[in-house]
Design a protein around this ligand. Sequence first.
Ligand code: KG4
Ligand code: ZN
Length: 414
Amino acid sequence: MILGDENEVLIFTFARLGRDSVDDENEVLIFTFARLGRDSVDDENEVLIFTFARLGRARPMIILAVETSCDDTCITILKSKINGDNFEILSNIVSPQVKIHAKYGGVFPSLAKREHQKNLPIVLRKALRVAKNPKIDVIAVTVGPGLEPCLWAGINFAKELAEKMNLPIIPVNHIEAHILVNLIDRDSTSLKLKNFPAICLVVSGGHTQLILMKGIGKYRILGETRDDAAGECFDKVARVLGLGYPGGPVVASEAAKYNIQNTEYKIHLPRPMISTKDYDFSFSGLKTAVLYLVKNLKSEKKLTKKKVQEICFESQQSIIDVLIKKTMKAAKDYKAKTIILGGGVTANEELKRQLKQKIEKEIPRTKYLVPGTEYCTDNAVMAAITALSHLIVKTKNWKKIIANANLRIDELRP
Ligand code: KG4
Ligand code: ZN
């Protein structure tokens, strides 16, 4: 048995208060704060976790999370310590399919699905072995957004496990997971995030969104890409230049070799939508500009190693300029107390460095959260953390869980 529902929290608290009703919900909070020996809590989850512990459910909760939204087969086993907001990652296995998709220059969904189906039992065995076979309390699974066949591979696997182990499933939104992985406080492996509103920039192979976050579970999409995602643009630039897949890391490393002081710096690529008043993005024009540029250079036999580096440098800078401009605009417009990055593209060192510099210069009081490098690209820790943050969401009929390739973060719950 894991958690009950919110009513249990209230009933327990009423009993402690020696009554059978309370005047309002604040009383519950005040009572719990007092018990916690503090005058505030980080977020509502703390109240729940504390109360469940008092209910005698003090056994640490073990979450098994499955993530297969794109081309990485990921399983994590995470142990939450009920007496606080700490947790421990018992195992975190990522099985990438890069080699298989490299020849297509992108992810081939039906092939990825087959690979997930093949890999999941192997990854599970490894995750359980590394975690020393703990007793699992709840399963979390990414249900969207992502590639639909891939999502189904994970969901069906999670359902089979749930059936076998008689466990509930918590559905996870992948975009929210890219944001909430920032809850990991790297020093103490605890969940910390207090300063709202936050502006979240989620940039991955499939998504580019600016999200206003007012708390855990409270999101509004401010803007998003109208065509290609930023990661997709990195991937396409790499493909045009014959640099392989995924494009982000290789474009970044070629760009780093280019010396900006070089007087031959001539290429200038567009910064699509950089000056529009909205928070939307567009990257397909940039991709097309690179395509024509490379075609011309090839026909003139001028596509030298140096030129490739220069194109990588300028493409990366174009993407960074647009992302930073719109993120800063949103942060200023909404008086953000925190800026949060998430998604594969946030592995880009230049993006992180340049945004940090800009924040320090223009809005120095704004906190800046970026995931550790291992948590930028897809992994199942992010799904486990998201499930942990939403433990109150009990999926009564998990058999009805379906994949939703276009799931939006501002839809109520997955
Ligand atoms: O979040 P993610 O692992 O998967 C999706 O949900 O899409 O993101 C993958 C994307 C790919 O497009 C990849 O090229 C990009 O993240 N990426 C990077 C870097 N590392 C990965 N883009 C720019 N710079 C990087 N260092
Ligand atoms: Zn992702």
